[in-house]
Design a binder for this molecule. Structure first.
Ligand code: ZN
Length: 179
């Protein structure tokens, strides 16, 4: 089981690897996820050399570049290797299987949190737009009612005092728009 990663990953640009969306991570995932090392204590096999190998293959024009792995991919494949019942006899098999489960769960929960965050941002922006729309609509309505009130007061031969206008506008608003 491998996670697709950008082929041009560089340790300088993304010392902590890439997110699923392809952006460089700002922080390491966790100690257990240290790039290039098997997080199983009894194992700690290193996959860092694979990256150099991949680069050399690429410079040589090796067409197998498509199958090339960065350390994180190599680690997933390494963990996946122990999932097969055929490989259950290794002393560290169980530990590798558990680590695979753990890392899979961590990555799933991280994705969930990112999605939740995006949802919340979208929701609050929507609310803000709605509120602003209401505010604008209300002020437009009030200004129209003020014009109407002035006309009405003039027609009745009353003084165009601010107070009289406001009272009329308020009355119409309470009545539901003054249509
Ligand atoms: Zn291992």
């Amino acid at each position: 089981m491998t996670t697709p990663q950008p082929a041009a990953s560089s340790e300088e640009e993304a010392p902590f690897g890439y997110t699923k969306g392809g952006r460089p991570r700002k922080r390491p995932l966790s100690d257990a996820n240290r790039e290039g090392l098997c997080p199983v204590k009894e194992c700690q096999r290193s996959f860092r050399h694979r990256y150099g190998f991949t680069l050399i293959s690429f410079l040589d024009g090796n067409p197998n570049i498509i199958d090339s792995q960065n350390p994180q991919q190599a680690l997933w494949q390494h963990l996946g290797y122990y999932l097969s019942p055929l490989h259950a006899y290794f002393p560290t098999s169980q530990a590798h299987i558990e680590m695979h489960e753990k890392m899979k769960a961590e990555s799933a929960s991280r994705r969930l949190t990112e999605n939740e965050k995006k949802e919340r941002q979208k929701e609050s922006k929507k609310k803000w737009v709605e509120k602003n729309k209401e505010k604008r609509a209300l002020s437009l309505k009030k200004s129209n009612l003020r014009k109407k009130a002035k006309k009405e007061l003039k027609k009745e031969g009353q003084d165009l005092t601010e107070r009289a206008i406001e009272e009329l506008v308020e009355k119409w608003l309470v009545q539901g728009g003054g249509q």
